[in-house]
Design a protein. Structure first.
Length: 230
């Protein structure tokens, strides 16, 4: 079973239209739709914003629906000058950038007493998502790399520079690392897919609304192409 977590209501609505829905159920104030999507048994849900919502959502998918694959789509701010608005980033690994127990000697981002610094994406899923995006959205570029997550919309050049220097990540957002964290603990496969909506600097609030509609279109086409490959 594949669990698909969407960040935006509009994105989930378009995928739901394509789904043959067999069951709709509510847990933790989230609406889960189970059915057939592009030929695969899947559960579709919008998690809400932030790491706590995302982590709860991923755990429910594992516990209630026994998913063995977690896919999360959404938008992110670019942390790499080579990655422009409109491009797609597919995770290789994820870090919670707002975790800071450095006073105890841990590097920033390390969750104390965990056996990993970053949460890896499934390598086969990454390659499939990369190929799917290149085929489904030939008008945009596809990148892979580290994604960082925190409960913060990054919109200042100073914060952006700090994230770049500390984590060498490709983009920043607010949910992916929590989903990857849950996948890691539950030993299920995951991949986080992010359409770049802004440059995570002082222009971020201006870029975001303009790009949102295009991001949804690209993400839906990517999922349509990806699911038959899994």
């Amino acid at each position: 079973m594949i669990g698909i977590i969407g960040a935006m209501e509009e994105e989930v609505a378009l995928l739901k239209e394509a789904m043959t829905v067999e069951e709709t159920v509510e847990y933790a104030s989230m609406i889960f739709c189970r059915g057939n999507l592009y030929g695969k048994e899947a559960v579709l849900v919008r998690s809400g914003i932030g790491k706590v919502n995302a982590g709860i959502c991923a755990q429910i998918l594992v516990d209630k629906f026994q998913v063995d694959v977690l896919i999360n789509t959404g938008i992110a701010g670019s942390l790499d000058a080579a990655i422009d608005i409109g491009d797609m980033v597919i995770s290789t690994d994820l870090v919670e950038h707002d975790m800071d127990a450095s006073i105890f000697g841990d590097p920033v981002g390390q969750i104390p007493r965990m056996d990993t610094f970053s949460f890896p994406a499934d390598e086969a899923l990454v390659e499939k998502a990369k190929a799917a995006n290149m085929e489904a959205n030939p008008d945009i570029r596809t990148f892979t790399g580290r994604i960082v997550s925190g409960d913060q919309f990054v919109s200042s050049a100073e914060v952006k520079e700090k994230l770049v220097n500390t984590f060498h990540a490709r983009c920043t957002e607010m949910e992916g690392a929590a989903i990857a964290h849950a996948a890691y603990l539950n030993k299920v496969s995951c991949v986080i897919i992010r359409a770049i909506s802004d440059k995570a600097d002082n222009s971020a609030t201006m870029d975001y609304p303009v790009f949102e509609k295009k991001a949804i279109e690209h993400s839906v086409r990517l999922i349509q192409n990806l699911l038959p490959r899994i």
